[in-house]
Design a protein around this ligand. Structure first.
Ligand SMILES: NC(=O)C1=CN([C@@H]2O[C@H](COP(=O)(O)OP(=O)(O)OC[C@H]3O[C@@H](n4cnc5c(N)ncnc54)[C@H](OP(=O)(O)O)[C@@H]3O)[C@@H](O)[C@H]2O)C=CC1
Ligand SMILES: O=C([O-])CC(=O)C(=O)O
Length: 269
């Protein structure tokens, strides 16, 4: 299977490294980047072999004929490239799940995938339990809450920063309380998982979200609680941040890698 990537940041680099470790199962067809010289500089050591595969031209990158494209670049990249990728006949794995808080975009991508006989899949990413949640949804769910808790510096550059000295926080501070739709829209680099949990369960408007900056934690904590006919789920993950981008959990790239390797595997777990 030929796999193309969009984005070569923390997730893209870690995922590329993982794909290169499975040459018998996947071939990296190309990496679409925004800033070519920055990407060339990032492609060091074991990633140096990727330099010829980096491209800032979507047409040239698509000419390498990926079967599957993994988006790991952000909401604006979904906006810019998802339609063209599906139009070119590729499957699409989205990491920036929060981009689907736009209902029109969601429906457009779904319809395009259907028209081309392709699939859009959403990565589980930084969270777990999505299998239980989707099964419990079919059994009947009443209430779902997602709580995200990260160190203060992980919220830099987000709407929580203006008017707040993140470095001076001495106690856990709630930055947001509301719907998953609003959380994922307002915090596009921190709350994609709010959209993932919501899309797997009660939907973007019925799933409740709290986001916290907590000077007492060093991991990215994700807590999911759900009540329904199938029972009660209480799940907490203490995710190591990716050193390249501390607002992103290190496991996210591995979740994308697992999804790619499972795409056509004869036996999947
Ligand atoms: N589902 C999940 O569990 C998670 C989802 N995410 C999502 O994944 C995204 C990527 O995360 P991460 O790798 O840590 O972020 P990084 O900021 O480390 O890397 C993103 C890279 O994508 C590049 N980029 C941005 N727009 C485009 C574009 N249109 N075409 C090509 N490249 C582009 C950026 O370039 P530049 O620096 O020039 O902007 C940057 O190099 C996040 O923005 C978030 O939306 C993140 C964590 C968890
Ligand atoms: O990686 C994480 O911990 C979660 C994250 O940033 C997101 O959902 O956007």
């Amino acid at each position: 299977m030929r796999v193309g990537l969009i984005g070569f940041g923390a997730i893209g680099q870690r995922l590329a490294r993982g794909l290169l470790a499975h040459p018998q199962r996947v071939t990296l067809s190309g990496v679409l980047v925004q800033d070519l010289s920055e990407a060339q500089a990032a492609a060091q050591d074991d990633l140096a072999q990727l330099r010829p595969l980096l491209s800032d031209s979507r047409d040239a990158w698509l000419e390498a004929a990926p079967d599957l494209v993994v988006e790991c670049a952000g909401h604006t990249a979904v906006d810019a490239h998802a339609v063209a990728v599906l139009g070119a006949g590729c499957d699409l794995l989205l990491v920036s799940v929060g981009a689907l808080t736009d209902d029109a975009r969601y429906e457009r991508l779904r319809a395009l995938a259907e028209a081309h006989g392709r699939q859009v899949r959403l990565v589980a990413g930084a969270v777990g339990g999505i299998d239980w949640l989707t099964a419990a949804r079919d059994a009947g769910l009443r209430e779902v809450v997602y709580r995200g808790r990260k160190p203060p510096q992980a919220w830099r550059g987000s709407p929580a920063e203006p008017g707040r000295d993140l470095d001076a926080l001495v106690a856990p501070t709630r930055l947001f309380e509301g719907s998953a739709r609003q959380a994922a829209r307002d915090f596009p680099r921190n709350a994609n998982v709010a959209a993932t949990v919501a899309l797997a369960t009660l939907g973007l408007d019925q799933t409740r979200v709290e986001l916290w900056a907590d000077p007492g934690v060093s991991d990215n904590q994700h807590e999911i609680e759900a009540w329904g006919e199938a029972g009660h789920l209480l799940l907490r993950l203490d995710n190591r941040p990716d050193p390249l981008n501390p607002r992103t959990s290190l496991v996210t790239a591995h979740s994308a890698l697992r999804a790619v390797l499972n795409w056509r595997a004869p036996l999947v777990l």
